[in-house]
Design a protein around this ligand. Sequence first.
Ligand code: CS2
Length: 498
Amino acid sequence: MNRLNDTTLAALPASVARPAYDRRALKTGIVHLGIGAFMRAHMAAATEAAIAAGDMRWGIAGVSLRQPDTRDALAPQDGLYTLAIRDADAQGQPRQRLQVIGAVLRLLVAPENPQAVLEHIAAPDTRIVSLTVTEKGYCHDPATGALRLDHPDIVHDLAHPQAPRSAIGMLVYGLQLRHTLGHGPLTLMSLDNLPANGRVLRAAVLRFAEEIDSKLSLWIERQCCFPCSMVDRIVPKTTDADRAAVSAALGCADAWPVLGEPFFDWAIEDEFAADRPDWTLGGARFVPDAEPFERLKLRMVNGTHSSLAYLGAMAGWQTVDKAIAQPALRSHIEALMRDEIEPTLPALPGLDVATYRHNLLARYANPALAHRTHQIAMDGSQKLPQRLLGTLRDRLARQLPVTRMALGLATWMHYLRGVDEQGQAYRIDDPHAEALCTLYQQNLSQGVNTQSVDAMLAYAPVFGDLAGNATLTAALILLLQSLQTVGVAATLEAVNRG
Ligand code: CS2
């Protein structure tokens, strides 16, 4: 089978959408740190729409911060890859729509050549540096959002200006080179699922810059922009079966297609240091303040996604669609949104929250994505603060019931035991795994009581000041006892009975 690339593009089946523009005329205007599946199915797709409309300034240089695998897959394909949009037809049969994306012009692997990344950030045509480096990539304290100067990657980067390995180090040394060369300010755009992601990024960049050069930090502060954004599209990890299915449909081999649902949302603040693509052509909207959109999305989508993922992973429901097909889980997730999350949300003009809820349940039921619950369960320590704990804090402060919110948290704690209800062991994939599993073994595995639950809540990097809240502790005790003795399904039935 031929490989997908600039030469084979013309021979693809007519049903496959592809770049109709001349890729050789495309300039690199965006450098993206963390070129994973999400970015390739989201921001790159919106950028493709802007390019297709004739604005040839926005080709993307994609940077992998750790592994060479994306570059190894896409370089032989001239940066081309397929976006497979999957859902079900009216009969419930899975179907897919294929589009070859041409926006990615080159791929860099930071550990192989960090200097090349710094030079790309400093290049005069580069106007935007965007990031999807996941929550842990900000090297911050998840509870407070502040950059950790004692984080091993930050310690390393402060000592190695030529070869940074964190996204923050890479950005600041790249900006330093840019400033020295006099190439004008940049927009730094976080696309990670963090509240006020632009402000978190800005604070981390300025903190690091202050450590190396106060003039540089002043320049960044005054001249560079850090728009906040809310991003939303479900993008499961690509499997070998997906590679084979997409390649068969193309009639030519794509080593790394990405999959996504039809739904796409991106609310971004229109604050750019230089120019920007018209991403509205790809479904984005520019908003004066992204905060209410972020809160809606992080609490409704990511909060329920994580709750569902821990419940599903423990019960042995391997994918989101299988989990949401369980009537008791579906009732719980629906009530969690309606009764406990929605009352904490700000009103958004034009948003009908009941419709949003129904649509979200339908997105979870998409049978063509096979989104694994264990994939969503990873990095809980980094995700829980903005997904669950903000809602919990708001409800506790207003003395409102928290049972359904607390069930997500209790199931995360229970998940730390590392074995599901079928006796299947799994690895806890989390930068805090060691400390958290030790805490679990020394406390909850010995018995569920005020002392053992409070010992978990005393883990400040995740919980901040939540420990010692009697209402929360009491709710967690009941739920953890139930999860340990009767399991997920019976606990859901009990919670649904009220
Ligand atoms: C998911 C998100 O893996 C996860 O943690 O909750 O990636 C989710 O699919 C996206 O944020 C949806 O926009």
